[in-house]
Design a protein around this ligand. Structure first.
Ligand code: FES
Length: 199
């Protein structure tokens, strides 16, 4: 595993990122990132697409990747973290294997989303933005999921569950967990209960 601290201190006295050899790269597979960088090399305004592409590859923005991008763009590492923390779409920590999103848009909020969040969080033992210890679930409170007619709405990965109560949301998560393959990856599995689908 790479060292976060070593990476974040990988700046010179001008706040400019040192080159990747200064960074502890142990365990970090830079190859897909280098392919991504090659694709955008020579183009202007590539920071956001590079961060998006990096997150697609790794599921979040690992410190070594940030340092490599900073060196490639000749920008201070701190500037990259500034951008990454400004936009809600970017994550600096890994996600769990399954992402539970609870909508807190207006329709869902007034229909009981706060209680749904509270109970789901209690059930999983985590709060908004956190991962379960086993890295099986990440809980995220999000803006409108585009299914307001089914408020309050929750998604587990790409499946939508609507017209929830706190109890039914927790039940859906329990059923989803039960449906997972023995090794816990859930590949090819379906939730035991039929979820509400988008209209
Ligand atoms: S407000 Fe929740 S889906 Fe739109």
């Amino acid at each position: 595993m790479w060292e976060t601290k070593a990476t974040r201190t990988g700046e010179n006295s001008h706040g400019v990122a040192e080159h990747p050899p200064m960074i502890d790269m142990e365990g970090f597979d830079a190859e897909p990132l280098r392919e991504l960088l090659a694709k955008y090399r020579g183009q202007a305004g590539t920071l956001i697409p590079l961060l998006q592409g990096t997150q697609e590859i790794y599921g979040f923005l690992p410190d070594p990747a940030m340092a490599i991008i900073a060196a490639e763009l000749d920008q201070p590492l701190s500037a990259l973290y500034g951008v990454a923390t400004f936009y809600a779409q970017f994550r600096l920590v890994p996600r769990g294997k399954h992402v539970v999103r609870i909508c807190h848009g207006t329709a869902c909020h007034v229909s009981g989303a706060p209680l749904v969040s509270l109970e789901v969080g209690r059930h999983l033992g985590i709060e908004d933005g956190e991962n379960t210890e086993d890295m099986l679930f990440t809980l995220e409170n999000v803006a409108c999921l585009g299914a307001c007619g089914m408020a309050p709405v929750m998604m587990i990965n790409d499946r939508t569950y609507g017209k929830l109560t706190a109890d039914s949301a927790v039940k859906s998560i329990k059923e989803f967990r039960t449906s997972l393959a023995p090794e816990g990856d859930g590949n090819g599995s379906q939730p035991a209960a039929e979820p509400e689908e988008d209209e």
